[in-house]
Design a protein around this ligand. Structure first.
Ligand code: FA5
Ligand code: MG
Length: 406
């Protein structure tokens, strides 16, 4: 599907040089931080693999929207994950200096192009195609921490529903001069209340459809640059609250960008892995990538998604621990360490990594980081001899990048 070029072959080089993705060539620049590990998994979307738990959840959400809401949502699940900075950030009003644009958090192909970090990247593009009621599902990519609930590739579903004045039956617009906590400056309070109510009823219906009437969930106020007001839903899981989705009333300017300036609308974005983890008791996000085991068990899935229980692999050996301390190169971030480790650890032997110590030398001004890496496979325990080569390769890349190993 895609070719890769290295200027000079180097098996441990972390970042790519020039790359061809889905038949298009991209040039590297100062923003490039895409790794071979990510490229090799690009397009490997779990939401389209029959009987994969991510696909099962996707279909169950489709079923809810198709049968319970009384309206038709158009569905998009094959949009290119390679998007422009404009699509991912500008089109949804993310300010130029917003932290979410940071190189440490995203996989940039170059300064203009990245792998989408959320499915909201497609809101405006679909609105411009005159879609006004849709669900959009896709693989998303983020440089993140390394533990049992974070993976650099996961899947989101975006939902958007617009309303015209005619549909809502009340005036949409009112020049309110200033926005308040509960209402944007352009819309009438009545219209916002009605749409917000519709959003909340819809999403509460979805949560109950998935988890049952007695599910413990709660609404939290949130902030997103592209919705106002904004909310999150959390569900109770393993003794704690787990965030499953963000949502809100779409910013009027997003509708303007999407050539839909005569409407009002809601949007949400949810994480499919999080839903599947809670629903099927899959307690390690790496399991979604162990197709042989996951597909084998879900082969017998009979459609009763609430009764189905995933049998977790039994791992008898405790994680093997390695500590690694080094003087960080300029601009080094903990996400850089996790990404170096992920790029080398192609079989997912690492269960989690903790930054256990940060120390600044009073005389030299240098900073040292110490990381503790826990090695244990999602399917089986691992011994020192199984993972030593990974630790050695991580050290070699750090040295190549100018880290002073201690
Ligand atoms: C967003 O990505 C917004 N685009 C969502 C949105 C859309 C808000 C439309 C308003 C309107 P957030 O970063 O919180 O928001 O991610 C949304 C969901 O994706 C989370 O609630 C969670 O379920 C899931 N998610 C986020 N990060 C991860 C991760 N590292 N691993 C697994 N799931 C994740
Ligand atoms: Mg969030």
């Amino acid at each position: 599907m895609f070719r890769r070029f290295f200027r000079r072959p180097n098996p441990i080089r972390c970042h790519i040089r020039n790359v061809s993705l889905f038949g298009k060539d991209y040039k590297e620049d100062h923003m490039t931080n895409l790794t071979p590990r990510i490229i090799n998994n690009l397009g490997n979307h779990k939401h389209r693999i029959p009987n994969h738990p991510i696909e099962i959840i996707k279909n169950e959400i489709y079923k809810f929207f198709d049968s319970k809401t009384g309206i038709t949502f158009a569905k998009f699940e094959d949009l290119n994950p390679v998007v422009t900075v404009e699509q991912n950030f500008d089109s949804v009003l993310i300010p130029k200096d917003h932290v979410s644009r940071d190189k440490k958090d995203n996989y940039y192909i170059n300064e203009d192009t990245l792998l989408r970090a959320h499915t909201s990247a497609h809101q405006v593009e679909l609105l411009r195609k005159k879609e006004s009621t849709f669900l959009c599902c896709g693989d998303v990519y983020r440089r993140d921490t390394m533990d049992r609930s974070h993976y650099p590739i996961f899947h989101q579903m975006e939902g958007v529903r617009l309303f015209s004045e005619e549909e809502l039956g009340i005036p949409l617009f009112q020049d309110r001069k200033q926005r308040t906590e509960s209402c944007q400056e352009h819309y009438s309070l009545e219209a916002v209340e009605k749409v917000e109510n519709e959003l909340k009823i819809t999403l509460e219906g979805l949560v109950k459809h998935l988890f049952g009437e007695d599910v413990q969930y709660r609404w939290m106020d949130e902030y997103f640059p592209f919705t106002h007001p904004s909310f999150e839903i959390e569900v109770f899981y393993e003794g704690d609250w787990l965030e499953i989705l963000g949502c809100g009333i779409m910013e009027y300017q997003v509708l303007v960008n999407g050539c839909s300036e005569d409407k009002i609308g809601w949007a949400f974005g949810l994480g499919l892995e999080r839903l599947a983890m809670r629903l099927f008791d899959i307690n390690d996000i790496r399991l979604f990538w162990k197709s042989e085991v996951v597909l084998d068990q879900f082969q017998s899935f009979n459609g009763d998604f609430r009764q189905f229980k995933f049998v977790l692999p039994e791992r008898k050996i405790e994680p093997a621990k390695f500590d690694l301390a080094f003087w960080i190169p300029d601009g080094f971030h903990d996400h850089d360490f996790y990404d170096i480790a992920r790029n080398i650890d192609v079989d997912d032997a690492i269960e989690n990594v903790e930054l256990i110590d940060v120390f600044s030398h009073p005389k030299t001004g240098k900073t040292s980081h110490c990381y503790r890496t826990y090695y244990r496979g999602a399917l089986k325990g691992l011994q020192f001899k199984d993972v030593e080569h990974i630790d050695t390769a991580i050290r070699a890349v750090l040295a190549e990048q100018g880290a002073g190993l201690r």
